[in-house]
Design a protein around this ligand. Structure first.
Ligand code: GLU
Length: 277
């Protein structure tokens, strides 16, 4: 299969990324915690440095951060994985997470705000409008909205499920110009890069989407680090004309490189962005 999309479409998508005024950045639990499930200050500060590099370029950033259940697990030292335990752990982890974000953004005199959402909030037009108005006000004030699912009240029926889908809905709903999903895997690969040394990074996904989907479907979510939901979220966003990139959270200056049009991670090209049809 082809490891890239049509060259014209890739270039057009990179230009959109360079021009992005509003960026949704999503960071996963692995990008924030260590092996004992404690919040990793170095990782968190690095993510904040990256977000601030976009703010310094006068771009709006909405930051979707996981890590509440993970950070709560490390703090409480409780590992039972019932839904009730995860919900309770999320409340411990979420406040700890926000405390650390407040400190970390504070290094740059930047203020943060916490927004917790459920599927109901996204589906209900009034609630969604209220959410959007709050975001617009915060952005106007130069405050960084940090968004997570409201795990304390999100039981099966009202769960969004994971923050890959949440960030995709948010990116579309707030008219963003770019979605970046940061993960411990550096993008979409031809096989699991953690197990296969010959795994190749897929640079861009466009008309080769069906091939990429087949490839991703073949690998189980557990061994592949949940890449399916990242691919599905990125694809949905790109179908709305918004470029999406899945990239490695530990890569130096990862966000700055993406908005400089560099070939980082895997880029999902909006189908209508193609210039060589
Ligand atoms: N809301 C969950 C948390 O903060 C994350 C869900 C996910 O893994 O994407 O722990």
């Amino acid at each position: 299969m082809s490891n890239t999309a049509e060259p014209g479409a890739v270039e057009a998508a990179r230009r959109l990324a360079m021009d992005a005024e509003r960026v949704v950045v999503k960071a996963g639990t692995n990008s924030l915690t260590d092996e004992e499930s404690n919040l990793d200050n170095e990782k968190l500060d690095k993510l904040v440095d990256d977000v601030v590099s976009l703010l310094d370029q006068d771009r709006d950033v909405l930051f979707v951060s996981s890590g509440a259940v993970g950070a709560g697990t490390g703090r409480v030292g409780y590992t039972d994985d019932t839904v009730e335990a995860s919900q309770a752990l999320s409340t411990v982890g979420q406040s700890h997470l926000m405390h650390r974000y407040t400190e970390s953004f504070g290094r740059y005199d930047r203020k943060v705000a916490q927004i917790l959402l459920t599927q109901n909030d996204l589906d209900n037009p009034d609630r969604f409008t209220n959410f959007k108005n709050t975001v617009e006000t915060l952005l106007e004030w130069g405050i960084v909205p940090i968004i997570n699912e409201n795990d304390a009240v999100a039981t099966e029926e009202i769960r969004i499920g994971d923050n890959d889908m949440l960030s995709s809905s948010v990116a579309i709903g707030v008219d963003s110009d770019l979605l970046v999903t940061l993960t411990d895997v550096g993008g979409v690969y031809t096989s699991n890069p953690k197990e296969d040394p010959d795994a190749e990074r897929i640079e861009a996904v466009g008309r080769n989407y069906a091939d990429v989907q087949t490839l991703v479907d073949r690998s189980s979510s557990a061994s592949f680090g949940g890449i399916q939901t990242k691919v599905s979220g990125a694809r949905t966003v790109s179908e709305h004309g918004i470029p999406a990139v899945i990239a490695k959270s530990t890569e130096a200056d990862v966000l700055e490189k993406i908005v400089a049009g560099k070939a980082v991670g895997t880029l999902f090209v909006p189908p209508n962005g193609s210039t060589d049809d």
